[in-house]
Design a protein around this ligand. Structure first.
Ligand code: DON
Length: 310
């Protein structure tokens, strides 16, 4: 990888994105997301050998939303091990992120940890008989540690408005509670979930936080094992197959990397053995994934051999 000029690469991709900036529709279900400038674009790369590059608005915090689900999955697997898979599956759903349709047929066990129902179960597993504020602090501190940055925090306005408008998530959680698959009080699990989604993070911090997923579970900069190599393989597999909901196949086809999107417009993509990439552009496509962010990743991968299928 020494031959790659990362900064030059990102500058070229950013130039190519120029005519596309502003494409897609910014999430508008809550005002703090609706008022984000759709022309924002940032991208950051960090490699396993510690080289970093960034372009555009990579310094600017955005709402992490569903990308947080990768990190809570890591935490829940560390806490509960393989037993977690009794409560959540690992098959693509082919449905939208907030769909309820499969839950009844599958007796309250969500298809995978990245659709909302699955992520709520995972958060309930992280919460695990504690007070929500303890679990929220633990999740926030996990990000602070991984990103090596103590300024990462929760946007209270976003968290409150997620709760005020999260009727579908309440339905999903209550439905699963009926099957015994939510162990805490529904409001506590959801309070924790809404707060994890409301973390503010920059592309630079997000790429850094995800680096252990590119490096067999070890943060290569601090030399600390975060999780096992086997777990990382599995988390990456689920990111590839389920990380973009009903557009996961299309993302694998276009980009060919494990990735996780959020409605804030961010995407974390992992190049196993090489690098973590974070991109942010708030306009979403019809599946709720960053339109320009996906295009930028596609262009980046074309200029490199960073594709798990090569
Ligand atoms: O649960 C929700 O509705 C949001 N807080 C998170 C959804 C999300 O990011 C879906 N991803 N594209």
């Amino acid at each position: 990888m020494a031959e790659l000029d990362l900064q030059g690469l990102l500058a070229e991709v950013a130039r190519e994105m120029e005519p596309h900036r502003g494409e897609g529709a910014v999430a508008d279900y809550i005002p703090p997301l609706a008022r984000v400038d759709p022309r924002r674009f940032g991208m950051a790369i960090i490699t396993c050998d510690g080289r970093a590059a960034e372009v555009g608005d990579a310094w600017m915090p955005f709402s992490i939303q569903s990308i947080s689900k990768v990190f809570t999955l890591t935490m829940a697997l560390e806490k509960h091990g393989e037993a977690l898979w009794r409560r959540v599956g690992r098959e693509p759903s082919g449905s939208r992120f907030n769909s309820i349709v499969q839950l009844e047929a599958e007796k309250g066990v969500p298809r995978n940890p990245f659709i909302n129902a699955g992520a709520i179960v995972v958060t309930d597993a992280v919460l695990s008989e504690r007070r929500p504020d303890e679990a929220i602090a633990e999740i926030r501190d996990f990000f602070r540690k991984l990103a090596d940055n103590d300024t990462i925090d929760i946007d209270r306005e976003v968290a409150e408005q997620e709760a005020a408008t999260g009727f579908r998530n309440f339905s999903l959680a209550n439905f699963m509670k009926g099957f015994g698959n939510i162990h805490a009080a529904v409001e506590d699990s959801l309070h924790t979930y809404f707060n994890q989604c409301a973390i503010r993070i920059t592309c630079r911090q997000l790429a850094r936080a995800g680096l252990f997923l590119a490096n067999g579970g070890v943060d290569p900069i601090r030399g600390e094992r975060i999780t096992s190599a086997e777990r990382v393989r599995r988390i990456n597999a689920i990111m590839l197959t389920c990380g973009h909901y009903d557009a996961s196949g299309e993302f694998a086809f276009q980009v060919g990397l494990p990735g996780k999107s959020g409605v804030g417009g961010g995407i974390l993509a992992i190049v196993p053995g090489h690098a973590a990439i974070a991109v942010w552009s708030p306009g979403l496509n019809e599946a709720g994934n960053s339109q320009v962010g996906t295009l930028a990743l596609e262009k980046l991968v074309r200029r490199t051999d960073w594709n798990v299928f090569d």
